[in-house]
Each structure stands twice: as C-alpha cells, then as structure tokens.
Design a protein around this ligand. Structure first.
Ligand SMILES: [Zn+2]
Length: 113
C-alpha cells in the first residue's frame, strides 16, 4: 500500500513547514492527487490518520482534490484528457501518448493554528 509511504513524506513535509513557519498545529491539509497515480483516496485518508499521529498534523482533516489526467498525443499534436494510464487518445484512438499531468501528489495548502 503506497499510500502509507506517501503520507509519511507528507507528514515530513508538514514538519518542515512547521520548523519554517512556527505554527502549533495543522487543522486542514489540502492535497492534489492525480487520478493516474493509483492512489485510493480512502486508503490515503486512512494512512494519513495513522502517519499523522504524534505530529503537528494529528487529527487534521485531509482534503483531497483530484487532478485529471492530461497527456500529449503525438498523433494529434495536442493535450488530451485521459482517465487512466494506457488509455487510447479520445480523439484519434492512438496510443502515442505522453503523460503530462495526473500522477502527482502535491501538498497544496495547510490551514494552521
Ligand atoms: Zn490523438
């Protein structure tokens, strides 16, 4: 379950932020998750609760915003939207796609006290 590893890095990032900004606690964590990254939002939520224990983010609400998958189609020479990796281009049906967006997990915002 790679959600554990993701949340572990997320909590590390939050600790870094705390050192830099000096807040006491985190109330809400907003992350952007690409739909192509095989991240299960429920598993992520659960893993976050576990990993955040004894950290400034303990008890914080994890808000997950999905980012759609975008890929460059070499046949159409433009960006297209895809729902999962390995999918054909919705316009030409070709498979010459280079994924540009949708695999990342990014810390977007921290609501702190
Ligand atoms: Zn295409």
């Amino acid at each position: 379950m790679h959600e554990i590893a993701l949340c572990n890095s997320l909590v590390d990032l939050i600790r870094d932020q705390q050192r830099q900004r000096g807040f006491r606690r985190v109330r809400r964590v907003i992350v952007e998750v690409g739909v192509l990254g095989h991240v299960d939002p429920h598993a992520l939520d659960f893993a976050f609760d576990v990993e955040a224990r004894n950290s400034p983010a303990e008890g914080a609400v994890l808000e997950i915003r999905e980012i759609q998958g975008r890929a460059w189609c070499m046949d159409c020479s433009r960006l297209v939207t895809i729902a999962r990796r390995g999918e054909a281009c919705p316009d030409c049906g070709g498979f010459g796609l280079i994924v540009e967006q949708g695999e990342e997990l990014r810390l977007k915002e921290l609501e702190v006290i």
